[in-house]
Design a protein around this ligand. Structure first.
Ligand code: ATP
Length: 484
């Protein structure tokens, strides 16, 4: 198949959408281009797969050579990249001020009355408004400035796998551009059992287990984890002066933008926004394409010094349906266990990639049989946390607190453990108090229960690496492994 050439005028973008089982190879043959803010090296071939939907944008104009058959492809010169660039310049000025204050130098403009806080940005918007893409663009622009920058990207959306798997909340300082090639890795890849030379091993996120895909499953736990994540981020950047002045960029789930009810004070309607703002000391809220939410945010934070900015939704953002999201959740879990393989499009050979594009990162998980007694398994909030509070019978209270861990006995029929995804917890800190809930502990990795033998008191566990699980503690939620 002959490659197709696309001639892009300055400030335009080539948008594409891939169907399942197809892939695309793109080479910049002239000019400069970027994908969600990450520069594409001229002459190098980049692969996209797993139903990836993205845009290759150019500031100065470029020629792209495209091999493969996307289901949709077109060029648009209506983008919101100028907005992103202006936001980046504003945030960069804040970082410069913060850096000078950190070093004890006078501010660049000599004004001592303006604050020298780094940008701490919360991105809000409805479903499919382009929140994750804007977080990526702002992060990529920050790390491309030519001076050391390492903003902390926070994924507050448990439906988004971020660096690990769905069901988690995580944060990670980013110092290299976030690539885009597959939605299996929305914020780049971390090493699981992969060789460190082939993945961004520097990405070691702070990760907590929420256990569900939707925040409404357990709002109390969400609230607790927002606080816990903020503490984790502070601890991570405490001894990292560059990350400290680079600020924080927080991606949120769509329901942060939806009011819990249409009545009552605004901060009651948006409790999770309020929690994020308080815990992460947010100083900028970006509201994507939602006038009502923009006005509500302005009202909610009036007089607090908060900068609420309305930004247009890009016309390129694709409406992702539930079936697609379901496939991506499975894809992210599979990628965690088995790695990521992107099939080469017809007419692209291994040698034409020049050994640079990583398309086959195969991992080999291990299946082991362990005794029921080896692993202590808990479910936070018990089984009734699976139902939203509003679904409980009128007047009925919960039997247990939504953040309380309940032991799960694998020998009980209907334990819900078969095919469940478990988060292995890091060892408890020495100073952990008795009130500590297990969900407060960092996640060290994930395993899947693929078989349960009740008479033999054994279970089969799929894990990315070998190693004994004896004495470990794990949390279970509502995430299930669907082996295909
Ligand atoms: N300019 C663009 N051109 C083509 N595709 C785009 C563009 N911007 C975003 N997309 C794609 O649209 C989809 C939705 O975008 P994104 O994930 O950023 O939205 P979101 O608001 O974070 O979604 P969610 O509802 O999951 O919170 C993604 O697949 C993304 O890659």
């Amino acid at each position: 198949m002959e490659p197709k050439e696309w001639l892009l005028q300055p400030e335009s973008e080539y948008r594409f959408e891939l169907d399942p089982g197809t892939s695309l190879a793109i080479t910049v043959v002239r000019g400069t281009a970027e994908v969600f803010g990450a520069e594409l090296a001229p002459g190098r071939t980049y692969l996209f797969g797993h139903e990836c939907k993205a845009a290759i944008f150019t500031w100065e104009g470029c020629t792209l050579e495209v091999r493969g058959r996307p289901s949709t492809e077109y060029v648009s010169d209506e983008t919101n990249m100028w907005t992103c660039a202006n936001l980046h310049v504003m945030f960069e000025k804040m970082r410069i001020r913060a850096r000078r204050a950190q070093r004890g130098s006078p501010p660049p403009d000599g004004r001592t009355d303006t604050p020298s806080e780094p940008p701490r940005v919360l991105v809000l918007g409805q479903e499919n408004s382009g929140k994750t893409s804007i977080c990526k663009i702002l992060t990529n622009y920050a790390v491309r400035t030519g001076v050391a920058r390492s903003p902390v990207v926070v994924n507050m959306d448990p439906g988004e796998g971020a660096w690990t798997i769905p069901g988690t909340l995580s944060a990670c300082p980013i110092s290299d551009p976030i690539p885009t090639s597959t939605p299996a890795h929305p914020f780049g890849t971390t090493a699981t059992s992969a060789p460190t030379t082939t993945t961004s091993a520097a990405l070691v996120p702070v990760t907590f287990w929420f256990g569900h895909m939707e925040t409404k499953r357990n709002p109390k736990l969400m609230d607790r984890l927002i606080k816990r994540l903020a503490i984790g981020v502070d601890a991570r950047i405490e001894h990292d002066p560059i990350a400290k002045i680079s600020g924080v960029i927080i991606d949120t789930p769509a329901n942060f933008a939806a009011a819990a009810s249409n009545t009552g004070p605004t901060d009651v309607k948006h409790p999770m926004v309020k929690a994020c703002v308080d815990e992460f000391r947010v100083n900028h809220i970006l509201v994507i394409g939602n006038e009502k939410l923009y006005v509500e945010m302005q009202r909610m934070f009036r007089g607090s010094g908060m900068n609420v900015i309305k930004i247009p939704k890009s016309g390129g953002v694709v409406e992702l349906d539930y079936a697609y999201r379901d496939r991506m959740h499975n894809q992210q879990l599979r990628a965690y266990m088995y790695g990521t393989q992107i099939e080469l499009p017809p007419s692209v050979s291994e040698s034409s990639l020049g050994g640079e594009a990583l398309h086959d990162l195969t991992l080999s998980p291990h299946s082991t049989s362990i005794s029921f007694d080896d692993l202590k398994i808990f479910r936070v909030g018990g089984t009734d946390s699976m139902a939203p509070s509003s679904a409980l019978p009128i007047g009925a209270g919960r039997m247990i607190s939504e953040v309380q861990p309940m032991a799960v006995d694998p020998s009980m029929p209907g334990s819900g453990l078969l095919n469940a995804v478990l988060a292995l917890l890091a060892p408890a800190p020495a100073n952990a108090s008795s009130e500590d809930v297990l969900a407060d502990r960092n996640v060290a990795g994930f395993v899947i229960i693929t078989g349960i033998d009740i008479p033999g008191r054994k279970m089969t566990i799929l894990a990315p690496v070998t190693g004994s699980l004896a004495g470990r503690t794990a949390l279970v939620g509502t995430l299930e492994w669907q082996d295909s």
